[in-house]
Design a protein around this ligand. Structure first.
Ligand SMILES: *[C@@H]1O[C@H](CO)[C@@H](O)[C@H](O)[C@H]1NC(C)=O
Ligand SMILES: *[C@@H]1O[C@H](CO)[C@@H](O)[C@H](O)[C@H]1NC(C)=O
Ligand SMILES: *[C@@H]1O[C@H](CO)[C@@H](O)[C@H](O)[C@H]1NC(C)=O
Ligand SMILES: *[C@@H]1O[C@H](CO)[C@@H](O)[C@H](O)[C@H]1NC(C)=O
Ligand SMILES: *[C@@H]1O[C@H](CO)[C@@H](O)[C@H](O)[C@H]1NC(C)=O
Ligand SMILES: *[C@@H]1O[C@H](CO)[C@@H](O)[C@H](O)[C@H]1NC(C)=O
Length: 704
């Protein structure tokens, strides 16, 4: 059962269970983190939120689910938006731990105890960490001097109030979901801000494709500082006091979140995102540089905005799209922005035969690879240009414009440019039959462009209600136990009656006024207020499951059915569901219950002693808890569990859950742990100490 419970808690398949049992818990956070605090990288790992909860620090689960990125993200919005990360090149395996230490600051270690990363600090001793509401994670000593801050070590993103000094660098990630070092940089270079591509993995910087204008005649005019001020304006300060402004319009920071990110495709963009919830939110661009990366990245070394032999065209977001010429294929099928290779071979082996008969051209209008020339001629017409390339076994492409350029492979800086006024002639062997290739599958991440981030850390990061995760984890545990019980009860019954209503999507859209009134958001989707008569209620909370939950959850119906049987006064209750392909929704009773540590403990206990607690009156419940404590204290848990063999086989987990419960229901409120501690205990992050007798003042008889 340990394994079963653990896997139940951490298996996304059971998210639906959590969905149902969500609470609105009123936990407060100061954003402060004490030395010694730690987080372990697991599916539902807690995070350290800022006091406003706009940002959180913790582990972001990568797509493979078994590796984690230590990061800071916008925590109140559904799109996973990572604004800082530590170990992009060294993803942390499951079970890794980040701990706040006095001497090294933040230390990330793998499960074997090997250090993956540490923040390091200025000389001194860390006394606490603060996840600031600005998105800056700050380590300070006891005098509140700053010994380290994430703002001084940016990854690919700057936030309002952040400053970049000379020598500062942003590096792009490899792709939207791969945080390894990418091909582009934004940096302060000799008094100007530049964008350039780099050689991987060495980081050698190639020519820039964007540079802030400077006045070389006047050195006092050079820039020395990039400021992203709290009103959402980004500008470079010059030594003569002037400003060079990148932001050209006002988007108020009171109403919008901001970030400026060097995208993985080399475009540097300032984005904004509405703070108030609406049905159609996304990151939109305030400005971006360069204006046309396909054309601006023109010269020098490197493949350009796209990979070698690829063709770049600018889309409506001013971001590059990369495409291989026909009869060329991606070198790495999962990297649409990578290099292309010809499906055929251009060979000089047959040079004694007339190659004119063996090859032909594919024509591409207004496409050029401006940098791969090896010869230029001045023919009178296109035909001469074609012949000259056909008869040259080294020629891969001819460009005919106001002249004829012969090009060799690999081609760099390929781009579509409507002003080119010419054509590319790509040589391929006549009668060439392409190899059988599996159809090209665009990876998911490429289909969702930029702003629609993959929701990787669904549970980790994006929950509005911090407590819900662990309440969820707990309830999951309990529902697991419940399920076991209900299964037993069900034995012999053919059809399971759940009284759950199956809604159509239209019905729910109508009931929620097209999902207008958003009540809140969890990692798995948003909850909307709806009006529709179901059972004894008219008002419902409709939860729209997001895609990740849907994908991870095959047995939606089974789960729904099982959950539908759990009734508890403190739980949000499932009334019905909708299951129409992409649209999966749960209809719950309105979210009213607030969970406090005490009722949490009581619930936990009731669930462990499930069968015995059924239909007990209040007084009897007190007796039950009392008796449960006796069983625990006397080591006679088997009495508590009756003949539940599965639970008995995993007595240590039951004991742990019991201990947590006893801490929670202690008669003296001051001795009860805070909710955060409870989660940590349930998650195994902190040890569960032996609980004191929860009823030191109580006179309830110990005899049953
Ligand atoms: C958090 O940010 C605010 C605004 O920049 C600043 O005034 C405050 O000192 C910061 N707190 C810490 C602990 O760094
Ligand atoms: C990220 O990209 C790098 C370079 O292409 C690759 O080596 C690495 O395996 C990728 N990481 C993940 C998690 O896909
Ligand atoms: C930020 O910069 C803009 C433009 O330079 C300026 O109008 C605004 O007052 C600045 N805001 C703050 C808080 O300094
Ligand atoms: C949602 O946003 C998209 C793109 O920004 C827009 O095309 C669409 O009309 C919007 N829909 C609504 C209902 O606002
Ligand atoms: C030239 O082409 C002919 C037929 O196309 C072939 O038989 C011959 O081997 C080729 N010669 C060389 C040197 O490749
Ligand atoms: C690509 O190869 C196929 C198969 O030989 C051929 O039919 C097609 O014309 C080629 N495409 C172009 C654009 O030449």
């Amino acid at each position: 059962m340990i394994l079963a419970i653990a896997s139940a808690i951490f298996n996304p398949k059971f998210l639906v269970t959590i969905v149902l049992l969500e609470f609105v818990a009123a936990a407060q956070s100061s954003g402060s983190v004490p030395v010694g605090a730690s987080i372990t990288a697991t599916d539902n790992a807690p995070s350290w939120p800022s006091s406003s909860r706009d940002f959180a620090f913790g582990f972001h689960q990568l797509k493979d689910k078994d590796h984690f990125l230590l990061s800071i993200w916008y925590d109140k919005i559904p799109e996973t938006t990572i604004v800082w990360y530590a170990n992009g090149d060294n993803p942390a395996p499951r079970g890794s731990k980040v701990e706040l230490t006095t001497d090294l600051g933040l230390v990330l270690t793998d499960p074997q105890g090997n250090q993956i990363w540490n923040s390091g600090i200025k000389p001194g001793a860390v006394s606490s960490g603060v996840m600031n509401d600005t998105g800056n994670f700050v380590l300070q000593n006891s005098n509140s001097d700053r010994l380290w801050e994430s703002f001084d070590h940016p990854s690919d993103t700057l936030l309002p109030t952040q400053i970049m000094e000379i020598e500062g660098v942003l590096s792009s990630r490899r792709s939207e979901t791969n945080f390894s070092l990418g091909r582009f940089q934004f940096r302060f270079d000799a008094g100007a801000l530049v964008l350039n591509s780099i050689n991987l993995p060495t980081g050698f910087a190639y020519d820039s494709y964007y540079r802030t204008p400077s006045d070389d005649s006047d050195s006092s005019n050079s820039g020395y500082r990039l400021i992203f001020n709290e009103s959402g304006y980004m500008y470079m300060s010059r030594r003569n006091g002037q400003r060079f402004s990148l932001t050209d319009r006002a988007v108020p920071t009171a109403d919008f979140y901001h970030r400026a990110t060097l995208n993985f495709d080399g475009v540097f963009t300032q984005y904004f995102y509405p703070k108030t919830s609406g049905s159609n939110r996304s990151w939109s661009s305030v400005w971006s540089k360069p204006d046309n990366i396909c054309v601006d990245i023109g010269g020098g070394l490197g493949s350009g905005a796209c990979g070698y032999n690829s063709i770049c065209s600018l889309n409506d977001d001013k971001r590059p799209d990369c495409n291989c010429p026909k009869n060329f294929s991606l070198l790495d099928e999962n990297d649409r922005y990578g290099s292309c290779i010809p499906d055929f071979e251009l060979s000089c082996k047959d040079r004694l035969n007339s190659t004119e008969d063996q090859y032909d051209f594919q024509e591409l209008i207004n496409i050029d690879w401006p940098t791969s020339d090896y010869e230029r001629s001045k023919p009178s017409d296109e035909d001469t240009c074609r012949k000259s390339c056909l008869n040259d076994c080294l020629c891969a492409v001819a460009i005919f414009r106001d002249g004829c350029w012969k090009k060799k492979l690999p081609l760099s800086n390929g781009r579509f440019d409507s002003r080119m006024n010419g054509k590319a002639l790509i040589k391929f062997p006549k009668g060439y039959v392409p190899w059988e290739r599996p159809p090209l599958q665009l990876p998911e991440e490429k289909k969702n462009r930029d702003v629609k981030f993959i929701t990787g850390s669904v549970l980790l990061g994006s929950s509005v209600f911090v407590n819900f995760v662990f309440v969820g984890a707990f309830c999951l545990t309990s529902s697991f136990i419940y399920r076991k019980k209900t299964k037993k009860i069900e034995e012999g019954r053919d059809a399971v009656e759940t009284n759950l209503r199956c809604f159509t999507y239209e019905e729910l859209a109508a009931a929620t006024n097209d999902f207008k009134d958003e009540l809140g958001r969890g990692g798995f989707g948003a909850v909307y207020k709806g009006t529709i008569p179901v059972g004894s209620t008219n008002v419902v909370a409709v939860k729209k499951l997001n895609k990740m939950v849907q994908d991870g959850e095959k047995e939606f119906k089974t789960e729904v059915r099982v959950i539908g049987q759990i009734h508890h006064k403190n739980l949000v209750r499932l009334l019905g569901y909708c299951d129409e392909g992409q649209n999966r929704l749960l209809v719950n009773t309105p979210i009213t219950a607030k969970v406090d540590v005490y009722s949490f403990g009581v619930m936990l206990l009731e669930i462990i002693c499930c069968r015995r607690s059924v239909d007990l009156e209040i007084g009897e419940k007190a007796v039950l808890t009392d008796w449960a404590y006796d069983c625990y204290a006397n080591g006679t848990l088997d009495a508590l569990l009756e003949d539940d063999m599965e639970a008995m086989n995993d007595i240590s987990t039951v004991e742990k859950l019991l201990k947590v419960a006893f801490w929670c229901i202690h008669e003296e409120p001051s001795r009860r742990p805070i909710m955060r501690k409870v989660t940590q205990m349930l998650e195994g992050v902190v040890e569960v100490l032996a609980p004191p007798n929860p009823f030191p003042f109580s006179t309830i008889s110990n005899d049953l």
